[in-house]
Design a protein around this ligand. Structure first.
Ligand code: HEC
Length: 152
């Protein structure tokens, strides 16, 4: 569990400071030659979304409820969310992927999770007016998917 939490924290910090490379550590004298290609290549559309989603997770308040890795917390932790199956209030079992997260943000009342109080999530989303901000929803979903995928 602590490994996962560490990975998540590192991923979030790297994304937040926009410095997810080891550029400064091993390149004395040759700033670019020993850097792997993926560092200097332009970001793909998906990577850009993830990068945009990281600060939103904090600024939109999601982190307050969803990054507390405490057992029995108020909300599922994003560190073990994407890539896992969850049970919905109506009994369905669904895989958490980017699509599920997007749907959950746009139609929260239709995607409530069993075992949690839906009120905090509904209250949080009521302030954010996501129906008018599809790009923000896409970025958040991409980030959450990326973080969850790091779980083994
Ligand atoms: C005040 C606490 C709180 C905040 C802030 C919050 N959530 Fe939630 N979230 C919850 C709880 C509790 C649940 C489980 C209950 C439920 O399904 O509604 C949940 C459920 C979810 C789900 C599952 C699908 C759904 O709609 O229920 C997703 C996806 C989600 N949150 C993403 C987010 C994102 C992204 C943000 C930031 C924009 C956010 N949450 C902000 C508490 C919160």
């Amino acid at each position: 569990m602590s490994v996962t939490r560490g990975t998540l924290t590192v991923a979030l910090l790297l994304a937040l400071c926009g410095c997810g490379t080891s550029r400064s550590t091993s390149t004395a004298g040759s700033p670019t030659s020993s850097v792997p290609a993926y560092v200097t290549e332009p970001f793909t559309r998906e990577q850009k979304l993830v990068e945009r989603g990281a600060p939103l997770i904090v600024n939109d308040g999601c982190a307050a409820c969803h990054l507390l890795a405490r057992a029995g917390g108020v909300a599922p932790s994003f560190s073990s969310f994407a890539g896992h199956r969850v049970r919905l209030r109506d009994g369905r079992s669904v895989l958490v992927n980017e699509r599920f997260v997007r749907e959950g943000l746009l139609h929260p009342a239709a995607n409530e999770l069993r075992g949690y109080d839906p009120a905090p999530m509904l209250a949080a989303l009521a302030r954010l007016h996501f129906a008018r901000h599809p790009q923000q929803v896409a970025a958040l979903a991409a980030f959450i998917e990326q973080v969850g995928a790091e779980e083994e």
